[in-house]
Design a protein around this ligand. Structure first.
Ligand SMILES: NC(=O)c1ccc[n+]([C@@H]2O[C@H](COP(=O)([O-])OP(=O)(O)OC[C@H]3O[C@@H](n4cnc5c(N)ncnc54)[C@H](OP(=O)(O)O)[C@@H]3O)[C@@H](O)[C@H]2O)c1
Length: 331
């Protein structure tokens, strides 16, 4: 069975490719950069094809003899709010998904197309426990583009029985990841990560190995036209996350309590200054609000329908990830 992966050169792709090979799948990677394609081939036993999901012509013929697709490719700078970022989110996350569906629409071999969305697509929903039925409220350009990319998949499922399945991971961390979790670690080490709110804020976090396992299960067992949240069994309290990160960094740094309204006021000023200089703010009000919200995801659907199991504890995962940041001289 042959699996085409888009976004194989990214964080999740770097874990998904070896996991599929280990399970006996043949892997083909759609890569937009020739040097990166060469690196991938040097590292793993994979085929590569050069293409860009925003360029429909470059995708022509990639569907041949492909049994499964796992579509990771996306623009994921989740905090970006500029007009330019908005256009790139739309082009890659929505347009790229549409182009791939068009290429695979008439495939005679395709059995499943796993689309990577994100719990971000659900936006800041005003409930503590969220599941796939929670009413969505995407607000930022990233959130909206991920939500609309899901609708593109669902439309194809209902219009021409496209075998699409959606997975929605929450914030992913692990070896190789330089996203939001890495930012937490850097800011906490510098002592510039304040304790906003009471510190009990439930923060969703999932290890990359669990996400990879969930995605493969969605490919094998997922129901067409369904979305599955991939998260840990519970969210972690921000105070506990701070404790685990600082313990593993092995350094003391201040963790000063700042009331939410003051933090939001300061961050609003940062946003305004960044806008004047046409730069992305290093932190925005949405980051603060999502840090303060209590959010946890009910993952019953993935467990019951896919057989998803969370294997990596926060303790183990954070230890391994921070050791890796240290080995790379990044923390
Ligand atoms: N990381 C998280 O915390 C998180 C959480 C929830 C959901 N997700 C979703 O999970 C998926 C994978 O995330 P990730 O963290 O692995 O992302 P990532 O590290 O940013 O990697 C993105 C990948 O997409 C590729 N790509 C971007 N634009 C492309 C284009 N136009 N054509 C072809 N390939 C393109 C990149 O290729 P280059 O190497 O050439 O740039 C890279 O391989 C994404 O859909 C993301 O939205 C991630």
């Amino acid at each position: 069975m042959k699996v085409l992966i888009t976004g194989a050169t990214g964080f999740v792709g770097g874990h998904l490719v070896p996991a599929l090979i280990e399970r006996g799948y043949q892997v083909k990677c759609l890569v937009r950069n020739e040097d990166k394609a060469r690196c991938l081939k040097a590292q793993f036993d994979v085929e590569t094809v050069i293409g860009d999901v925003t360029d429909a012509d470059s995708l022509h013929g990639i569907s041949e003899n492909i049994d499964y697709v796992i579509h990771l490719a996306a623009m994921g700078h989740v905090s970006s709010v500029s007009k330019e970022a908005y256009n790139r989110f739309t082009g890659i996350n929505e347009g790229g998904t549409r182009n791939l569906i068009n290429e695979f629409r008439y495939s005679k071999t395709l059995k499943k197309f796993v689309h990577f969305s994100s719990t971000a697509a659900m936006g800041p929903v005003g409930e503590v426990i969220l599941d796939e039925e929670s009413a969505p409220n995407p607000v930022t350009p990233y959130q909206k583009s991920k939500w609309r990319s899901e609708q593109i998949i669902l439309d194809a499922c209902s219009e021409f029985a496209f075998p699409g399945v959606i997975v929605r991971p929450c914030m992913i961390y692990g070896v190789g990841g330089y996203g939001e979790f890495y930012k937490f670690c850097k800011f906490m080490k510098k002592g510039v990560f304040p304790k906003v709110g009471l510190g009990k804020n439930l923060t969703p976090l999932v290890h990359v190995d669990d996400v990879v396992n969930g995605a493969i299960l969605a490919m094998e067992n997922g129901r067409n036209g369904q979305a599955y949240i991939l998260a840990s069994d519970t969210s972690i309290e921000m105070d506990e996350l701070h404790r685990l990160i600082m313990k593993n960094i092995g350094k003391w740094a201040p963790y000063i309590y700042v009331p939410v309204p003051i933090t939001l006021g300061v961050v609003r000023i940062i946003e305004i200054v960044a806008k004047v200089f046409e730069k992305e703010p290093i932190v925005n009000c949405m980051n603060i609000k999502s840090t303060v919200y209590d959010r946890t995801f009910d993952i019953k659907k993935a467990k019951n329908e896919l057989g998803y199991v969370v294997r990596i504890s926060f303790d183990k995962g954070i230890n391994e990830t921070i050791n890796w940041f240290k080995s790379q001289g990044k923390i």
